[in-house]
Design a protein around this ligand. Sequence first.
Ligand code: 1HE
Length: 266
Amino acid sequence: MPDAILEQAARHGVALEMRGAVAVVSLRRPAKRNALNDAIVAALRDVFQHLPMEAKAAVIEGEGEHFCAGLDLSELKERDAGEGMHHSRSWHVALDAVQYGRVPVIAALHGAVVGGGLELASASHIRVADETTFYALPEGTRGIFVGGGGSVRIPKLIGVARMTDMMLTGRVYNAQDGERLGFAQYLVPEGQSLDKAVELATRIATNAPLTNYALMHALPRIAEQPSDHGFLTEALMASIAQSAPEAKDRVRAFLEGKAAKVRKSS
Ligand code: 1HE
């Protein structure tokens, strides 16, 4: 990644640190609960579009008591329809860089995961929450609407009915209910979400790169295709993945008794 991008992102509150093959991206604006202003959204876009080549997986986390308080409401100004649309589209570009970038992204959640913070978390591929995490979409009560891709991504996690309820009533979900309903795939004790996310990312970084690519780029598209199209895309992706030398090596290693078996979970 060019140093100038990294320095500019850090100045705007987005830091990047490599931990082995894992890029840990941190929102660093705790005094404002990591609220996302235009500069931070642009910095997130730049960092995820230019992750260092040695990064094979990434983690996104927030400094302080909360993951992210969503849109910086102090920047919510009068915009005409065109400006409003471009503002929302700028979030789409940044969060697309998270979801459809080069490497899988794990969100390490704690405290508030609200509004645009939940939109950011839902652009990640896996979410790990600690017991302090809570989820809300206060847009409804603030008289606005989601604009960072939330209406596309959040129903895929929890369904349209639950998202509608959250926005109409201001309902807040706690960490336990959040895991049960699909906001997060992992729930860990207070203070442990970052460690767990880095542990998962470190493991994901050892997967065959084409498998990770297929899961990030093919699976979500296949899931939206009519089944007939999906079966064909799946067959194409499967043939590409299994023809990679790395796949052949891994299958051979298993057949020769040199690779781990699948074990019952404890
Ligand atoms: C903020 C923001 C913010 C905090 N924009 N400044 N998001 C919301 O509607 C959520 C608004 N925030 C909250 O409900 C609470 O701040 C929290 C539950 C996240 C945290 O509470 P707490 O008690 O730890 O912190 P605080 O005292 O409320 O906030 C500390 C400071 O951060 C304070 O500023 P200060 O100058 O008085 O110290 C707050 O004003 C500031 N702050 N959250 C601006 N969001 C693409 S569209 C997406 C649309 C949305 O995301 S709408 C939802 C916006």
